[in-house]
Design a binder for this molecule. Structure first.
Ligand SMILES: CC(=O)SCCNC(=O)CCNC(=O)[C@H](O)C(C)(C)COP(=O)(O)OP(=O)(O)OC[C@H]1O[C@@H](n2cnc3c(N)ncnc32)[C@H](O)[C@@H]1OP(=O)(O)O
Ligand SMILES: O=C(O)CCC(=O)C(=O)O
Length: 375
């Protein structure tokens, strides 16, 4: 079994989602829940933001959670100095590597090299683990990126983050990129995904397949723009793979996502994989008839594996007689398939008129109407 290193960045990139602010108490709760769920490392914040940010990180450090805590910093000594006051075991130093980012900052690769040479050894005096980031790596010149990985390794960096900052990677392009970097260097690689093309989780998974040792994710995928790779999606995908083993207890994912959704003010959309309301809801007759015989017939895993209560059968336009028999037997009413089919016609027309699934009182009304009609 391969044991990937899972880094959660809900408290750093997650909080960078527009309009999201976690209170210090919420940060402590989220960090504790993440540690309890078995995540390996928490990117716990960006100390240079403010005194208050540093205080919240210091507080999390005092909890002595069984995870590595990492502070984020730009390639600037002042940021690293701010991180030093927080007491985290690790620091992550982010460098621009694409032509566009270097130009916007008025820098070139010589400056990147100089900063690596100056900052990494200096940071190593204060932190037992130093990670460096290649920001906008997927739009960078591939040769320059190779040099960055080699230079970072030579300066003593413990890990190099390959960041798909604007979320343009695809699984295929990523395999090529990671293989290329691995062919020139033995540095430990981390991949950091963004979801602009809806591929963040697939890309995080693919990065591990391609040989990255670590990936960064966030709870519910909360993060800049369309967000990051979702912790809960990746964790269950790795579990189902039969090839990866993580320390994450997937049964804790549902409550973790609920806590982050509440603290961030971002509702979990119904069709969200793993934790969305409809992720384990079924209406289609063919699916429900099979699900009543075997819960894995139309679900990839059981709801309780991710801390959910169970699947739900919804009665609506697409229902079949097996669903209706099941529903009414739960109300103490036994009906034949023929009787269920009579009901079904009225269920379909009512659901079509209302353009939605039916509620218990509506189903009771339909049942009573037919009962009176047919004696
Ligand atoms: C892809 C990512 O997620 S990157 C992380 C993004 N996160 C954040 O921005 C966190 C919140 N940000 C903040 O609180 C503020 O922007 C601060 C404290 C970081 C900086 O604030 P300010 O000093 O007012 O600068 P401002 O935000 O306007 O501009 C960013 C500065 O960082 C510099 N910068 C950007 N990336 C890097 C880097 N990797 N290394 C060094 N410097 C960098 C820019 O060149 C610019 O410098 P300049 O002011 O000399 O032109
Ligand atoms: O840490 C880094 O270097 C990259 C940060 C990031 O969030 C990104 O590029 O998307």
């Amino acid at each position: 079994m391969i044991r990937p290193w899972i880094i959660d960045t809900t408290l750093r990139d997650g909080e960078q989602a527009p309009g999201v602010v976690f209170s210090n108490t919420e940060k402590i709760d989220i960090a504790s829940l993440l540690a309890d769920a078995g995540v390996n490392e928490l990117e716990v914040g960006y100390p240079a933001i403010s005194h208050d940010e540093r205080k919240s990180i210091q507080k999390i450090v005092t909890l002595n959670l069984p995870v590595r805590l990492t502070s984020w910093a730009r390639a600037k000594w002042q940021d690293i100095e701010d991180a030093c006051t927080c007491g985290t075991e690790a620091v992550h130093i982010s460098f621009p590597v694409s032509a566009m980012y270097l130009e916007l900052m008025g820098r070139d690769y010589v400056w990147v090299q100089q900063q690596l040479q100056e900052l990494v050894p200096r940071a190593k005096k204060y932190f037992s683990y130093v990670s460096v980031g290649a920001q906008d790596a997927t739009r960078a010149d591939a040769e320059l990126l190779e040099s960055f990985v080699l230079d970072a390794e030579a300066c003593g960096a413990d890990r190099v983050r390959v960041a798909d900052t604007v979320g343009i990677a695809t699984p295929t392009s990523l395999i090529g990129l990671i293989h290329r970097l691995k062919s020139v260097s033995h540095a430990a690689l981390e991949f950091h995904a963004h979801n602009d093309l809806g591929m963040a989780t697939a890309n995080a998974y693919t990065a591990l397949e391609a040989g990255c040792q670590a990936v960064s994710v966030s709870v519910t995928g909360l993060g800049e723009r369309a967000g990051n790779a979702a912790l809960e999606e990746l964790a269950i995908a790795l579990k189902l793979s039969g090839k990866y083993e993580t320390s994450i207890d997937t049964r804790k994912l549902s409550s973790l996502c609920t806590a982050v959704s509440k603290a961030s003010g971002r509702e979990i959309v119904d069709q969200k994989p793993v934790v969305g309301k409809s992720a384990f809801q079924h209406e289609s007759g063919i699916h429900c008839a099979a699900l009543l015989k075997h819960p894995l017939s139309y679900q990839p895993f059981l709801p309780d594996q991710v801390g959910r209560n169970g699947h739900e059968i919804v009665i609506g336009k697409h229902s079949g007689s097996a669903s209706l028999q099941h529903y009414f037997s739960g109300k103490g009413i036994t009906m034949t398939r023929g009787e269920a089919n009579h009901l079904l016609a009225l269920v379909r027309t009512t659901a079509t008129e209302k353009k939605r699934a039916l509620q218990p009182d509506e189903l009771e009304h339909i049942y009573n109407t037919l009962l009176v009609k047919h004696g």
